[in-house]
Design a protein around this ligand. Structure first.
Ligand code: NAI
Ligand code: 13P
Length: 342
């Protein structure tokens, strides 16, 4: 019997590791990468040392610089690129997709110009027949740990349950447990907004604040994620799940998180530009802070942590002053806020 086939668009840490998950599940996988050196290294040495060092890739994972070659005739195509590049890549991919391809995206963010979710961008760019084949993959899943086959749980969601179940059956294995959730809006919003709070958690840790501060950020962060999410049409219970509190906890507490690390570097006095240059990988929370700041105004939702982080990132507000302003803002009744938000 011939092997199932998949293409992964994006040769960063997450795209490369998702390719290994699919290879472990019996897929023939081809990664589309932009750099010739990355393609050569994957094909000849079975490594992608720039993004995920120390990981040996299975032989059934290959790479190409041709998007057409990557996508042609593949049953499944994964988009795993920074959210600001999603539209451009979807447009380039569109003419080459199989008419019945399963489309999965694993990116966490909003398109800044339009404030759209990634599935909305894909819907606009891909052929109409593929609209109901669009799926989001989200949840607490640092690539470095999945690469070690450390037990991981994620969630997939699509407008059509059958599509989500197909993605689930392709991706699930003994170290990668995949749940479905019918709330695509909530899954995309939870996965995107948690990066803002993770930046704040890195800042908080770097400033020497303790576990109380971290717990406050996670809890109050979840409240404002849920408030905006619900205003945008998400179901509140999704934020109690893997794409909500699950991803929020892992990103706020893990040294693997690029968002946490970026916040930590900022706390040590580096400028945002210096941090992004040093990181060399996408820090989605930066653009997501801008997007959420605008969305909060559009939907008239209160997001105090996002507002303060926006001021720290883009107006160079002193983070200690930001924390003081958060602590001293108007008195609030937690129960009333929770009832309003949830
Ligand atoms: N790294 C992780 O553990 C996880 C990442 N994600 C999400 O996955 C997405 C990708 O993240 P990573 O793989 O970590 O990023 P990364 O920074 O490691 O790699 C991004 C890759 O996309 C490529 N790329 C950027 N712009 C492109 C364009 N216009 N055309 C083609 N390729 C382009 C880069 O060359 C690079 O290979 C992000 O939205 C991230 O939030 C989600 C879950 C886990
Ligand atoms: O989304 C992630 C883990 O679930 C990855 O987070 P970072 O982008 O902060 O590394």
């Amino acid at each position: 019997m011939s092997k199932k086939t998949a293409a992964v668009l994006g040769a960063g840490s997450w795209g490369t590791v998702l390719a290994t998950v699919l290879a472990d599940n019996g897929f023939e996988v081809i990664i589309w990468a932009r750099r010739e050196s990355t393609v050569r290294e994957i094909n000849e040495q079975h490594r992608n040392s720039r993004y995920i060092p120390d990981v040996r890739l299975p032989r059934s994972v290959r790479a190409t610089m041709s998007i057409q070659e990557a996508i042609r005739d593949r049953e499944m195509v994964l988009f795993v690129i920074p959210s600001q590049s999603m539209r451009e890549v979807a447009r380039a991919a569109a003419p080459h997709l199989r008419k019945d391809a399963l489309i999965v995206h694993a990116s966490k963010g909003f398109e800044l110009d339009s404030l759209k979710r990634m599935s909305e961008v894909l819907k606009e760019e891909l052929p109409t027949a593929l609209r109901e084949k669009i799926t989001v993959l989200s949840g607490p899943s640092h690539a470095e740990e999945v690469a070690k086959k450390s037990p991981t749980t994620v969630v997939v969601s699509s407008e059509r349950q059958q599509t989500a179940e197909m993605a689930q059956s392709y991706l699930i294995n003994p170290y990668f447990r995949v749940y479905t959730n019918p709330d695509m809006v909530g899954v995309e919003i939870g996965g995107s907004l948690k990066n803002i709070i993770a930046l704040g958690a890195g800042l908080s840790d770097g400033l020497g604040f303790g576990d109380n501060a971290k717990a406050a950020l996670v809890t109050r962060g979840l409240a404002e994620i849920a408030r905006l999410g619900m205003a945008m049409g998400a179901r509140p219970i999704t934020f109690a799940g893997l794409a909500g509190v699950g991803d929020l906890v892992v990103t706020c507490t893990s040294r693997h998180s690029r968002n946490w690390r970026a916040g930590h570097m900022l706390s040590q006095g580096m400028t945002l530009d210096e941090v992004l240059e040093r990181m060399g990988m996408v820090v989605e929370g930066v653009k997501t802070t801008r997007a959420a700041y605008r969305l909060a105004r559009q939907y008239q939702v209160e997001m105090p942590i996002t507002n303060e982080l926006h001021a720290v990132l883009f107006d160079r507000k002193d983070p200690r002053q930001a924390v003081e302003d958060l602590m001293c803002r108007g008195k609030t009744n937690e129960m009333e806020e929770i009832v309003q938000g949830w």
